[in-house]
Design a protein around this ligand. Sequence first.
Ligand SMILES: [Cu+2]
Length: 430
Amino acid sequence: MDFGEDKLFAYPNKAYGMPMDTSGKNTGALLKVNVPLNTRDTLRVGAEYQRYRLDDWWGVSGTGGMSPLPFVNINNGQRDRYDMFAEWEAKWNQQWLSQLGLRSSTVAMDAGNVHGYKSNDAVYEAQAAKFNATNRSKTDHNWDLTALAKFTPDNQQSYEAGYAIKTRSPNLYERYTWSSKSAMVMNMNNWVGDGNGYVGDINLKPEVAHTLSMTGNWHDAAQQKWRLKVTPYVSRVENYIDAAACPTCVNTRTDGFVNLSLANQTARLYGADISANMVLLSSSAYGSFDAKSLLNYVNGKNLTTHDDLYNIMPLNLKVALEQRLGQWRNTIEAKFVSAKANVQAVRQELPTAGYGLLNFYSSYEWKQARLDIGVENMLNKYYIHPLGGAYLGQGATMMSNSMMGITPPQYGTLVPAMGRSINTSVTFKF
Ligand SMILES: [Cu+2]
């Protein structure tokens, strides 16, 4: 909301933009030990610790609604994770392998007292008082599990089947953003890029995903000429944290966006990843040529509301031709993305059109250095990335209603993706 000079909006009360400050600190440690028990069994055990601190506050701007106090959005937010895990891998024979993993994850969260821009504003006061009086300390005891079996009948194929339980506790914004006083305040809390306003919920539960997946892997005996890998999966997420309509929020905005809260619901995802590689020409005067392709598909549905899930990447395919000649490696890549038609109604997600892109990557490797050059979107095509979100960079960015001849950003515009770009890097090895 606090843009550079060219877009900084001067509001009538002499507020120039809206300062938003965030200070976060992440520290952690990971310990992992491999214990080969015998020729059949391997045990991996470990512990992980992550400490996260976050302060989020919005400084005073002008003499109107954003004064005289800084708005305290998240005060001394804490999210600490204490994990212990063990994984047992067993090679039963040449053909069968199994993996069993268990992780205990304790997530401890808390946040301090808050207040709005004014101490004498009844709505700020009531909402802050309610938040400050609530027990905000939350500890989630989460259990994750993975079970996998791999069958290798011969040297040209292998099959895997797996089941996993993965848990995610809410983040600090999902749990501790507290004010729904105005669309401006709610707009500030948008970590999803849809342009809507949000307010958190202390009582959100962790979401738990149950995933079944299978992998078929086919290749030539020496694993050098060709490979085909197919991984279909299906996932059911209990207590999925999704956006929900907010009848108690301010709902008078006229910019087309909406103010939302969050709720634990049930979601279902399914999809497949398919990759195929093939050597086209193993040695010629122009080097060797490989063809590589990768296809992704995913479909997500909220089973509670029957809405589509937000920000789901539509069907996409990457096809690349790679040339290797001595130390040179050149790749020409075509990327095709289909139209995004499954959009989430509650967030008013906009559909996007399909597109195709051409990229080129080249690298040269010396003994101790490597040079990489890439040209992405070679044809400088105009397109909208399906996960690019809403465009909000024009007009009175923190308003939601037109007033005094000032127009806020309007719902309905998407963010154009990058044009032709040239990237380069040099890597040294010592
Ligand atoms: Cu503001």
